[in-house]
Design a protein around this ligand. Structure first.
Ligand SMILES: Cc1cc2nc3c(=O)[nH]c(=O)nc-3n(C[C@H](O)[C@H](O)[C@H](O)COP(=O)(O)OP(=O)(O)OC[C@H]3O[C@@H](n4cnc5c(N)ncnc54)[C@H](O)[C@@H]3O)c2cc1C
Ligand SMILES: NC(=O)C1=CN([C@@H]2O[C@H](COP(=O)(O)OP(=O)(O)OC[C@H]3O[C@@H](n4cnc5c(N)ncnc54)[C@H](O)[C@@H]3O)[C@@H](O)[C@H]2O)C=CC1
Length: 500
C-alpha cells in the first residue's frame, strides 16, 4: 500500500466496517498477506474483536466480543491500518473509496462489512427507540431508569432478552404472533419458557467481563435520551449483562403480553387527550390493562383495539442492512431483505467488491440445512471466509465453500436457559411434509427435532441436554433414522452411544 502524496492512498485490500465481520476479514487478510498493508475503514471509534474463541462442536462456536481501541488491533497485526472515518462514497468503477475526512483510497479488492441498523416501526419519533450498539443500549438504559411502563414491539432476539431482563418497570410486550420468540421457537418451546418469564424473581445475571468504550447519548429536555447518530457496531451476546436494566418501580418483573397484534398508531399525550375529547369513535382507553389515573408521555394504539400509555416504546423489529450509501452510483444487486447479494464466494454483483456479515444477503444455493440469520457467529464466519475468497481470487486459486455454511448452528441463552438451534429448527422451508418429535421436562429441558423422510433436518435444544453434538452429526450425515422411531428422544437410551 502506498500513499500517493496528497492524492489517493493505494492498496491491495480494503475492508469497510469495524464490527465482527470487518475485523475478522481484515485479520485474516493481514495473516494471509503479511507484507501487504490492509486498510480497515470504520466509522466507529472502537473495533470489535473476537476473543476466547471456542469451537464447541463441528459447527457450533462460542466466543466473547470485546470492544477495543483500534491501536490494539494494529499492534496485533502491524500491517492493518485502521482509518477511523465514515465512508462517504464508493466509486466502484474507479475502485475508489472517499471518506468523510476528505481522503481517498484506491483498492484492488474491497470487502464491505458495514452491518445493519434497527428497522424501526416508525422513523424519527423520539419516543421509539431501537437498540443496536453500545451507544443506543446506554440511551435505552438511561430512559428506562426514569420509566414506569414501556411497550416492547417485536418478537425476536432483542425482545426476548429485554422482557426477561427488565426490572422495576412494567413491560407491555406486543407481538404479531400467537407465541413468544417466533424467530427462534415454536409454540411448544414458548410454552416451556413462559413460566420463567412470569416468575417474580430471576437468577442473578453473570457479571459483564468485557471492556467497554462508550459514547454518551445526547439529552433533549422532556424527551427520551437519544443515541447519537454515529454508526457503531452491533452488540453481541450478553450485551445487557453490564447494564443495569431497571425502571423506577419497586417490583421485580411485570410483563403483560399482547399477542396477534401490531402497532396501529402512536399518539403523543396532547394528541391522545384531544382525540379522546373530540372523536366519538376513538377508544377511551377503557380496554387498557387498568384504568389509567396517570397521563403518559405517549400512547400506543394496537391493531387489537387496545391502547397503552407508556414512557417510551422499544422497536425490536429486526434490522435493515446499511447499504444506502454504497448503492449511490453503484449498481449492486440487492436481496429482498435489502442486503448486498453475495455469491458463494462472498462476491457482490460488482467486480472486486465482496461483502460479509449483516450487510449482505447470501444469494447462493444454500445447503438444505443452512440459512442466513444476522448473527454474530455468521458475521465472523462470513468475514473470515470472504478474506479467504479475496486471497484466493488475488492469487488465482480456487476455493471450496466453507464448512460453516453446511449446517445452521447457533448457541445462545434465553431466559437463563442454554439454547441451541440447529438446521431447519423451525421446519423453515420444509412445507407440511415433516414431522416433529418432542421431549419436554418442565423447568428442565425442551428438546424438539424436525424429521423429514426419516432424516433429521433440525433441532431446538433448551436446557443442558448434551445432545447438540450427536444431533449435529445426525443432521450433517443425513442418516436414515426411521428404524429408531420415538427412541431417538427416549431419555432412557443413551443416544450418544447409539450413534458414536
Ligand atoms: C442488542 C443485540 C443483541 C445481539 N445479540 C446477539 C447474540 O446473542 N448472538 C448473536 O449471534 N448475534 C447477536 N446479535 C447480532 C450481532 O451482533 C450482529 O449480527 C453482528 O454483530 C453483525 O456484525 P457486522 O460486523 O456484520 O456488523 P456491525 O457489528 O454492525 O458492524 C458494522 C461496522 O461498520 C461500520 N460502518 C457502518 N457504516 C459505515 C460507513 N459508512 N463507513 C465506515 N464504517 C461504517 C460501523 O461503525 C461498524 O463498525 C445481536 C445484535 C443486537 C443489536
Ligand atoms: N441471542 C441471540 O442470538 C440474539 C440475536 N439477536 C440478533 O440481532 C438482530 C436484531 O434483533 P431483533 O431486532 O430482535 O430482530 P429479529 O429479526 O430477531 O426479530 C424481529 C422481530 O420483529 C417482528 N417484527 C418485524 N416487523 C414488525 C412490525 N412491524 N411489528 C411488529 N413486529 C414486527 C418479527 O416478527 C420478529 O419477531 C437479529 O439479527 C437477531 O437475530 C438479537 C438479540 C439476541
Amino acid at each position: 500500500m502506498s500513499g500517493a502524496g496528497g492524492g489517493a492512498a493505494r492498496g491491495r485490500f480494503a475492508v469497510v466496517g469495524g464490527g465482527i465481520a470487518g475485523v475478522t476479514c481484515a485479520e485474516k487478510l493481514a495473516a494471509e498477506f503479511p507484507s501487504e498493508d490492509i486498510f480497515l475503514i470504520t466509522a466507529s471509534p472502537v473495533i470489535k474483536a473476537v476473543t476466547n474463541f471456542k469451537q464447541v462442536s463441528k459447527t457450533l462456536e462460542e466466543f466473547d466480543v470485546e470492544e477495543q481501541p483500534s491501536s490494539l488491533l494494529e499492534k496485533r497485526y502491524p500491517n492493518i491500518r485502521v482509518i477511523q472515518s465514515g465512508v462517504k462514497q464508493l466509486k466502484s468503477d474507479e475502485h475508489k473509496i472517499c471518506t468523510e475526512d476528505g481522503k481517498e483510497y484506491i483498492y484492488e479488492k474491497l470487502c464491505l462489512c458495514a452491518g445493519a441498523k434497527p428497522k424501526l416501526i416508525v422513523e424519527g419519533n423520539p419516543y421509539v427507540l431501537g437498540i443496536r450498539d453500545t451507544d443506543s443500549a446506554q440511551a435505552f438504559q438511561k430512559n428506562l431508569a426514569q420509566a414506569e411502563r414501556i411497550v416492547v414491539v417485536g418478537n425476536g432476539g432483542i425482545a426476548l432478552e429485554l422482557v426477561y431482563e427488565i426490572q422495576g418497570c412494567e413491560v407491555i410486550w406486543a407481538i404479531k404472533d400467537k407465541a413468544i420468540g417466533n424467530t427462534f421457537f415454536d409454540a411448544g418451546a414458548a410454552e416451556f419458557l413462559i413460566p420463567k418469564l412470569t416468575a417474580e424473581s430471576r437468577e442473578t445475571p453473570i457479571k459483564c467481563k468485557r471492556t467497554k468504550y462508550t459514547v454518551e447519548g445526547i439529552e433533549e429536555k422532556g424527551r427520551p435520551t437519544a443515541a447519537c447518530d454515529k454508526l457503531g457496531s452491533a452488540l453481541g451476546p450478553d450485551w445487557h449483562e453490564g447494564l443495569h436494566l431497571k425502571g423506577t418501580k419497586e417490583f421485580s418483573h411485570k410483563v403483560h403480553i399482547e399477542i396477534l397484534c401490531e402497532v396501529k398508531k402512536i399518539h403523543l399525550q396532547q394528541e391522545f387527550i384531544q382525540l379522546q375529547q373530540t372523536s366519538l369513535t376513538f377508544p377511551k382507553g377503557e380496554k387498557d390493562v387498568e384504568p389509567d389515573e396517570v397521563l403518559w408521555p405517549v400512547y400506543v394504539e394496537l391493531t387489537n383495539g387496545k391502547i397503552y400509555g407508556c414512557n417510551f416504546i422499544v422497536s425490536a423489529t429486526g434490522v435493515v442492512p446499511n447499504v444506502e450509501l454504497f448503492l449511490d452510483g453503484n449498481n449492486f444487486a440487492v436481496g429482498e431483505d435489502g442486503g448486498l447479494k453475495v455469491d458463494k464466494h462472498m462476491h457482490t454483483s460488482l467486480p472486486d467488491v465482496y461483502a460479509a456479515g449483516d450487510i449482505c444477503t447470501a444469494a447462493w444455493e444454500p445447503s438444505p440445512v443452512w440459512h442466513q440469520m444476522r448473527l454474530w457467529t455468521q458475521a465472523r464466519q462470513m468475514g473470515w471466509y470472504a478474506a479467504k475468497c479475496m486471497a484466493a481470487d488475488a492469487l488465482g486459486e480456487s476455493i471450496d465453500t466453507d464448512f460453516s455454511f453446511e449446517l445452521f448452528a447457533h448457541i445462545t441463552k434465553f431466559f437463563n436457559y442454554k439454547v441451541v438451534v440447529l438446521g431447519k429448527y423451525n421446519a423453515q422451508g420444509l412445507g407440511s411434509d415433516h414431522e416433529l418429535m418432542l421431549r419436554c421436562t418442565k423447568g428442565h429441558e425442551y428438546v424438539k427435532v424436525v424429521m423429514q423422510n426419516g432424516r433429521m433436518m433440525g433441532a431446538v435444544l433448551i436446557g443442558e441436554t448434551d445432545l447438540e453434538e450427536t444431533f449435529e452429526n445426525l443432521i450433517l450425515n443425513q442418516m436414515d433414522l426411521s428404524a429408531y422411531g420415538e427412541d431417538l428422544l427416549n431419555p432412557d437410551i443413551d443416544i450418544e452411544d447409539y450413534f458414536d
